[in-house]
Design a protein around this ligand. Structure first.
Ligand SMILES: [Zn+2]
Length: 291
């Protein structure tokens, strides 16, 4: 059964930001429960300050957690500071479980890939994608792939890879691919070629952002159907090779007139659905088929 690493401690209801991501875990998990596709909510521990200092400058970590420096949302919210170790904890636990069980897991987290070694920004405070990769490496994953299909360039991820010389990580970021700006349909057609370059990885971290949807106010490019196709293109070949995959949510900013996020929840629902079916695949003959 698909494991989802969720704790109410990782979700912040009231955060002063255009981004809904701090409060998204609670809403996303609630919407997944309404899908009638059984999954298991798994408990986990928050990461420590020392964990975060493995991937960020120590003074930045202390500054954010002690409320003397702004977080990635540009505020000094104590609620956000309290939630951040749980956000990263969800991702690390989901990653290590995927690696150990050679399966697909989900961490309903957002807000990592713009977090640089020395600073946050763009609604991202701590780069839990990198922390998860590092922890997986410590547990024996020789090569870790980060496939980041959030609409925006994963500048923070690349900065930490470069700063700490993490040469065991292979990083692809949608926002850094010039083809997407020219021809989204052609980009999708060529996505299998990109994914195939990750086939020798021991673990895939798939940052399945939905701000790449064509109607997103901060993103654009892909239709709803293309986003669904995107997820199966990433997941299918990896599952056929039994390569562990951990999925996170990343961006998505469409709101209705009341400020709610039904379209974002719908799109994250497709991501959940793709993971749910991928988790069920247990032999090489199976294809990921949507119902
Ligand atoms: Zn984004």
């Amino acid at each position: 059964m698909l494991k989802v690493f969720y704790s109410k401690n990782q979700s912040v209801g009231a955060n002063a930001s255009f981004s809904p991501s701090a409060g998204k875990p609670e809403h996303v998990v609630k919407s997944w429960k309404e899908r009638r596709q059984a999954f298991e909510i798994c408990e986990f521990e928050p990461v420590t300050r020392e964990d975060l200092k493995l991937i960020h400058e120590p003074s930045y970590v202390d500054g954010v957690l002690d409320l003397t420096r702004s977080n990635g949302f540009g505020n000094k919210s104590p609620e956000v500071a309290a939630a951040l170790p749980w956000v990263a904890g969800s991702m690390v636990a989901a990653t290590l479980t995927a690696l150990k069980n050679k399966t697909v897991t989900i961490s309903p987290t957002s807000g990592a890939h713009h977090a640089h070694y020395r600073n946050g920004g763009g609604f991202c405070t701590f780069n839990f994608l990198i922390l998860a990769a590092l922890k997986a490496h410590e547990e024996g994953a020789k090569k870790v792939g980060i496939i980041d299909l959030d609409c925006h360039y994963g500048d923070g991820t690349q900065d930490i890879i470069n700063t700490l010389k993490l040469d065991f990580i292979q990083h692809y970021t949608f926002g850094g691919d010039p083809l997407i700006h020219k021809d989204p349909a052609l980009w999708l057609k060529k996505l299998p070629d990109v994914v195939s370059t990750f086939s020798d990885c021991d673990l895939i971290i798939y940052n399945a952002g939905v701000d790449s949807h064509v109607d997103d106010p901060l993103g654009g490019y892909l239709t709803t159907e293309q986003i669904q196709e995107r997820d199966s293109i990433v997941l299918n070949p990896m599952r056929k090779k039994f390569i562990p995959i951990v999925m996170s949510l990343a961006g998505g900013y469409q709101k209705d007139a009341s400020g709610n996020i039904p379209k974002v929840l719908e799109l994250h629902g497709f991501v959940f659905n793709a993971a749910w079916f991928a988790e069920k695949m247990n032999n090489e003959e199976e294809e990921l088929v949507y119902e």
